[in-house]
Design a protein around this ligand. Sequence first.
Ligand code: HEC
Length: 223
Amino acid sequence: MNPNPTDGHVWFSPIVPRNGESILEFQRFYAENLKEVTGGENLGFLGPITLTNWERSLVTMIMFPISHDPKQNRKIRDAFRRWVKLAAERGWGEYRTAPSFMDEVAAGLALALIGSGAHTQAQEPGVTPVATKSARGEQVFAYWCAPCHSAGPGMPGTQALQAKYGGKLPALLLQRSDLTPTLVAYIVRNGVSVMPFFRKTEISDADLEALGAYIVATAQTKR
Ligand code: HEC
């Protein structure tokens, strides 16, 4: 008998190629990121384990216990979202997920797909990378910036910029024709006020370049 039974669980279950290397890579990925994801706390994750039911892929799995403690559950949800992002950067998309995580998982999948597409295209001679780059910039923006810089209520970035400029400059980043890629890059790497900075492991230099170009180009067309 477990004196502290859990009340269920959610899974984080990215799909990886069906080979031993992928299993080892996932184990490494898990070990390397565990501390950052949990803040060093034991959140009771189980795993990672690997499911072999499919012929062409493996599903790796980490289980997160759910409890009656809202504080603990919030930590679990934050950790889950972090895993989704980290895995997406490696090109790993989720097998399936609970409704409350579907948006993050879909964004992560798109990032993973576009990421892998961008790499193959860029290596092919004769393919102009411009469209790929701008699609990539859009994707990076949607994933990392839109949660705070979209239109509508409850957007911390949009609200703060509305307050800062009082309408003299657009509150929406994508309408700011005064921004340059250099300024965007500086702010993304250093953060400003309550806006966090982003590491190269989150937004690579290439992605940052695509992001800056996308923001500037979009603002120019919306002027
Ligand atoms: C957690 C919310 C959040 C996220 C995510 C976020 N920002 Fe911000 N951002 C803010 C806030 C809040 C401000 C206003 C800070 C201030 O008060 O000066 C801001 C300000 C900025 C500014 C400065 C604009 C100005 O005129 O002062 C730029 C540029 C910017 N963000 C770009 C980005 C980009 C690009 C991303 C995505 C990589 C991003 N932000 C992600 C919240 C966020």
